[in-house]
Design a protein around this ligand. Sequence first.
Ligand code: NAD
Length: 302
Amino acid sequence: MTTIGFIGLGVMGAPMAANLVTAGFDVVGYNRSEPKRAALVEAGGRAAGSVADAVRGADVVVTMLPDSPDVEAVVLGEDGVLEHAAPGTLLVDASTIRPDVSRVVAERARERGVRPLDAPVSGGEAGAVEGVLSIMVGGEAADFDAAQPVLRAVGSTIVHVGPDGAGQTVKAANQLIVAGNIELLSEALVFLSAHGVDLKAAVDVLGGGLAGSTVLQRKAPGMLDRTFAPGFRVDLHHKDLGIVLDAARAAGVAVPLGASVADLMASLRAQGGGSLDHSALLLQVERLSGLAADELGDSADA
Ligand code: NAD
């Protein structure tokens, strides 16, 4: 039986780890907070007391952590994954982090005989629960092939997109597209509302035409109900848009709409919206037209 050390049992990691258990893997999970480890045990996995405990004896290590510094600390840091992983272990980092950091992690992993893949995901909490994530993978083709059984247990669209860091670059593009979609959907709702159009009827018909999108289908109902409980937190999308802007600058390309939406996301966060779902960008777009009620506090409690 393949043993998987799973580190980071949050919104995404918990259901992914549970799906790995369901698929028949021996899953040993670690998270900083105890309740999340207990939830994995309830789902049929085992709890580890530390990163080292999760990694020792694992054939595959999966990390699902918030940001680049978290992955650096857990993988490269003292008592981290690389200190304890046996040579030949597959290291699948499913977190969304900077492509340049991902490449450093991969390089350091190979120095220890560990086989790294950057494998960020898209599909949200619902996709993680249903095991139908889209997974964009960077790394060696042979390691990608070896990781297939693990990736297939959590995702349905799994594509090898290139060498180390390429998965993260594709994920950055994903976050650029999603943020832009939410922003334009927000503008459309403000525009329609100002004209007194029935928003539900408008969204229904827009969803059937070229303006339709997964963002519209999944996010519009919550935006119309004005419920902004996450989901995908503004804090995380703010982080991702920082990755997009840095990576665009490094490549010497302009992303003007991306830069604008990054600013709006940063502004929403600065005004207290960091823990809301990213669809709360609507509130910020409303503010631009002097429309927004002060909903940040109420929604954050939702
Ligand atoms: P989250 O904050 O819910 O989960 C992260 C977990 O990691 C937390 O439980 C936290 O306690 C744990 N953690 C942090 N540092 C740790 C450490 N040093 N040791 C052990 N545990 C530690 O975040 P999430 O929503 O699950 O997102 C995880 C990653 O996936 C992020 O990079 C995010 O951008 C990406 N992502 C999220 C979504 C989404 O819809 N939430 C979708 C796609 C990708």
